[in-house]
Design a protein around this ligand. Structure first.
Ligand SMILES: NC(=O)c1ccc[n+]([C@@H]2O[C@H](COP(=O)([O-])OP(=O)(O)OC[C@H]3O[C@@H](n4cnc5c(N)ncnc54)[C@H](O)[C@@H]3O)[C@@H](O)[C@H]2O)c1
Length: 433
């Protein structure tokens, strides 16, 4: 089948490369010329484990290509996926659908023959109806079905998530479109990935409800972590104890600095806004959002407390900047608020991240970047683990003890057992322990 991905970011590129790997002919389109030029020159503009190799193999096999020419690419396509960004709209937190609407208009002008247009981007309930209306208005002769097919991949494990999904959600009431989409996902279907077919609005809501639930689960364990600190309990054992209950499950129960990233913050906010449009409030999700916002600056206060109540003119070494390991994505990373709060209190912030430093420069000011954890630890008054990259899981504390100014480790991801660190002469501060 001939597929087009409109938008070649984290979702478009991974989905496009995986579909090509299934045997489809795929063109990934983007309007950023430099991105497409880089891809055509064999460079991958994002860091995602395994993606470069997957792209190389499928380009070499002639199944995957990149273009800025949406019109030509879409003209021959059986299925066109919209995978453009849906960031928070400045000012009110609604999902900004400008890129979606623009893509829908461009697609409408370019389609020929029966085409399934699929929203893979995360979009509020009713956006599929808008896309359908825009296409019909722009090109009344277009023979198109609009399907919702939300994407659930996680950055850092995107390829395996895409190839072994927990489920595939298809929102459509067109049998013809459903048949086409089943062909698109046939290799996964053969692997017995469950396919849930439902009404389009339901599919759109599944994505938001799923992300809101996961965000709530993270905030829940973080709140329990705060209680653990007050009452002298260990949140990791509590998480294990409740996670073994199959009704709860052990995923997303790691206490930490709060959720971030390109999805949870904007999607929880957009869901709250959707409810407000329908004159209701989503109290649990609103509480989740508010709790998470507060939490990031609270983590900075934890660092300040570990530095005897002040970080003024002290050197704080931040280990990890991205919102999670194995990505270079800095969108809404907790490190951003934590570093800002530390700088507001006069700290001299030095940072190291295995993949995120280039991107971080666009978000942070007055941070000194280093080449390794040891490099930034020199003369530091505190080391702070913000992102749990593997590289930080076996630090040499006896070496670090000799180069820091004050041996203090604030471990916001509970990577280490306290004794391991204190035995090396460090003071240890974790989360919820
Ligand atoms: N990143 C994730 O982990 C993830 C996971 C699941 C779902 N999603 C959702 O998928 C969507 C895309 O997210 P992303 O992280 O890939 O975004 P992204 O910002 O990395 O990529 C979007 C790309 O679309 C391009 N684009 C915008 N308008 C275009 C147009 N008219 N024609 C061609 N290209 C255009 C942009 O230039 C950009 O390269 C969002 O709705 C997001 O919520 C993201």
């Amino acid at each position: 089948m001939r597929l087009v991905m409109v938008g070649s970011g984290y979702v478009g590129l991974v989905s496009g490369a995986c579909f090509a790997d299934f045997g489809h002919d795929v063109i990934c389109v983007d309007k950023i010329t430099e991105k497409i030029d880089a891809l055509n020159a064999g460079k991958v503009p994002i860091f995602e484990p395994g993606l470069r190799e997957l792209i190389q193999t499928n380009v070499a096999a002639g199944r995957l290509g990149f273009s800025t020419d949406l019109t030509q690419s879409v003209a021959d396509a059986d299925v066109v996926f919209i995978a453009v960004g849906t960031p928070s709209r400045r000012g009110d937190g609604h999902a900004d659908l400008a890129y979606i609407y623009m893509a829908a208009e461009e697609i409408a002008r370019a389609v020929s023959g029966y085409t399934v247009v699929v929203t893979k981007s995360t979009v509020p309930v009713g956006t599929g109806d808008d896309v359908e209306r825009i296409i019909q208005k722009t090109n009344p002769r277009a023979d198109v079905d609009v399907v919702s097919n939300p994407e659930f991949l996680r950055e850092g494990a995107a390829i395996s998530d895409f190839k072994r999904p927990d489920r595939i959600v298809l929102g459509t009431d067109s049998e013809r479109a459903e048949e086409v989409m089943r062909m698109v996902y046939r290799p996964l279907y053969l692997n017995e990935a469950p396919i849930l077919v439902c009404e389009r609005r339901t599919a759109e809501l599944i994505k938001y409800a799923g992300n809101a639930f996961l965000a709530m689960k993270i905030s829940f364990i973080n709140e329990i972590a705060d209680l653990c600190e007050k009452v002298g309990a260990d949140v990791q054992k509590v998480a294990k104890g409740i996670g073994l209950d199959k009704r709860i499950g052990d995923k997303f129960l790691h206490a930490g600095p709060g959720y971030g990233g390109s999805c949870f913050p904007k999607d929880t906010l957009a869901l709250v806004k959707t409810a407000q449009d329908y004159e209701m409030s989503l109290d649990i999700i609103e509480a989740t959002v508010a709790f998470n916002d507060k939490r990031k600056r609270a983590m900075a206060r934890k660092v300040i407390a570990a530095c005897a109540g002040s970080v003024r003119d002290k050197k704080v070494a931040i280990l990890g900047l991205t919102f999670k390991p194995n990505t270079d994505d800095m969108r809404e990373a907790p490190s951003l608020s934590i570093i800002q709060a530390l700088q507001d209190h006069g700290a001299d912030v030095h940072a190291y991240d295995p993949a995120g430093m280039e991107s971080a420069r666009g978000y942070l000011e007055a941070v000194t970047y280093g080449e390794s954890p040891y490099n930034i630890a020199e003369g530091a008054d505190a080391l702070v683990i913000v992102t749990e990259w593997d590289e930080f899981r076996a630090l040499d504390f006896s070496l670090l003890k000799n180069i820091v100014r004050a041996p203090v480790l604030v471990d916001l991801r509970n990577v280490y057992a306290e004794a391991e660190v204190t035995n090396a002469g460090f003071r240890y501060v974790g989360v919820g322990r």
